[in-house]
Design a protein around this ligand. Structure first.
Ligand code: BTN
Length: 339
């Protein structure tokens, strides 16, 4: 997640939609063997093409038994973030209609920003099994190994002034916090301003909110979310600062379940923000309740050459206030490190 400038984003093909349709068909008939002829008819391809696609699914880690002569069956439910698997779970949200999946890409934030600039609708979701140039805040990289985490970005088109967009980033942190708690209520995630989610002081989720705006109005916002889900270990330089939900709980998590819970939770926060007069204040209040460092913590802020002080909560727009010997300072974007 830390260090170094990111490599350029190489264009990569979107995952063949027929892969998702095969997985959906086999999971809808989970107890039986489905003939190659039936699979071919359902996805409108030849049996030999089905065989080729089944091989691709196996490379993605999907356990499929069988071959063209015997037919196919799923040995276990795959945990891939495929549109055909996620869309039914996201019905009724803004995120269920336009889900794009990539086996490997540079950065889902780059994909979402490019798509938004070309007119992608609000609610478009870009998910990757692996990122080769995952970006963090500042010039950091985001460690994005294959199928261990959730690497996703969503396109929003809120009627907000650019100066009010921070509240969306805070809401995204709250959404991840709620999704994690929904799946395992024993966990005690902590929010670190502006939107890191920590467990026992180590980062389990980072959020990169980017926007394209005129001076007075936002064209689009992309919220990129990286969650460390099933990583069994981290590179040496991240071991002291990063953890995964698997490391925190001792068992594997379903990325599909968490991703759906997270997007549903983000949908609730976002709709609330657009529709409910008190939502803005509610986000500020809940963020402060769920963060151990936003008030009364001794911190070092990496901004304007760095300064130290004690946190004093959030201002009306969501910026962190820090009391220093020279008075209260507003943190605009710098990394905040508890001392
Ligand atoms: C941070 O804490 O520094 C933010 C990390 C954000 C990582 C996510 S992973 C999905 C999306 N694509 C990116 O390139 N970055 C975000």
């Amino acid at each position: 997640m830390r260090a170094g400038a990111s490599a350029p984003n190489k264009p990569a093909p979107q995952t063949d939609a027929r892969l998702g349709r095969i997985v959906r068909l086999l999971s809808d008939h989970a107890t039986v063997v489905v003939s190659g002829t039936k699979v071919a008819a359902e996805i409108g391809s030849s049996r030999s093409e089905v065989w080729r696609l089944v091989q691709q699914l196996r490379e993605l880690g999907v356990d499929i038994a069988g071959h063209p002569a015997t037919g196919y069956s799923l040995t276990s439910m795959p945990d891939l973030l495929l549109p055909d698997i996620l869309a039914p779970l996201l019905q009724g949200t803004i995120f269920g209609k336009s889900i794009h999946h990539y086996y490997k890409t540079g950065s889902t934030n780059n994909l979402a920003m490019e798509a938004a600039s070309a007119g992608a609708p609000q609610g478009s979701v870009f998910l990757a099994e692996q990122q080769t140039a995952g970006r963090g805040r500042g010039a950091n990289q985001w460690h994005s190994v294959r199928s261990a985490g959730i690497y996703g970005s969503v396109v929003l088109r809120p009627a907000l002034a650019p100066s009010d967009v921070l509240i969306l980033a805070l809401a995204a942190g709250l959404a991840v916090h709620a999704a994690v708690k929904e799946i395992d209520s024993r966990l005690a995630p902590d929010l670190k301003w502006p939107n890191d989610v920590l467990i026992e002081g180590k980062k389990v989720c980072g959020i990169l909110a980017e926007m394209n705006a005129e001076v007075t109005s936002v064209r689009y916002v992309v919220i990129g979310i990286g969650v460390n889900v099933n990583q069994a270990s981290f590179p040496a330089d991240l071991q002291s600062s990063a953890t995964s939900l698997r490391l925190a709980t001792g068992s594997e998590w379903s990325r599909v379940e968490l991703c759906a819970a997270l997007l549903k939770s983000l949908d609730r926060e976002y709709r609330g923000l657009l529709e409910e007069p008190d939502a803005h204040n509610s986000i500020l209040r809940r963020f402060q309740e769920r963060s151990s460092t936003v008030r009364g913590a001794q911190v070092h802020v990496e901004e304007n050459g760095g300064f130290e002080g004690v946190t004093e909560g959030l201002d009306a727009r969501g910026f962190l206030q820090v009391r220093t010997p020279q008075g209260v300072r507003t943190v605009l974007s710098g990394t905040v490190r508890p001392r």
